[in-house]
Every structure is written in structure tokens, then in C-alpha cells.
Write a protein that binds this ligand. Structure first.
Ligand SMILES: [Zn+2]
Length: 68
């Protein structure tokens, strides 16, 4: 019954994990950072907007992406 919810929970957990790592790795605004994707272990990249600090990050390998 709950298998669909479990998949969604996993996706949310992965997303939050990815966002947390991206947010802690990307310290300086307006600069592209490379970091290890917490989901697949491949290289991910991200940047924080110079103006408002919004976070953008993505992993090419597992297609995880965050736009905050
Ligand atoms: Zn990945």
C-alpha cells in the first residue's frame, strides 16, 4: 500500500541530502563550486546567486538538481 510513498520519501531524502551538501560546500556567492554528489558519488556543481544568494546545483550523473 505504501510503496509509492516510500519512493517519494526516498526522493525527498535524497533531495534534502543533496541540498544540504551543496549549501555547505558553496560558501562564496557568484562562484562555481564542484563537490561530491552525496547520492551517486560523482562530481556535482553549483553556484549561489551573487545578488540574492539563491542556490543552484546539479549533478550530471544522477540528474539531481536544486534550485532554491
Ligand atoms: Zn549524483
Amino acid at each position: 500500500m505504501s510503496s509509492k510513498n516510500e519512493i517519494e520519501d526516498k526522493e525527498i531524502q535524497d533531495f534534502l541530502k543533496f541540498m544540504k551538501v551543496a549549501d555547505s560546500e558553496i560558501k562564496e556567492r557568484g562562484k562555481i563550486y564542484k563537490f561530491k554528489c552525496p547520492i551517486c558519488g560523482e562530481e556535482a556543481s553549483g553556484i549561489k546567486n551573487t545578488y540574492n544568494g539563491h542556490l543552484w546545483a546539479q549533478c550530471e550523473k544522477c540528474k539531481m538538481n536544486v534550485i532554491q
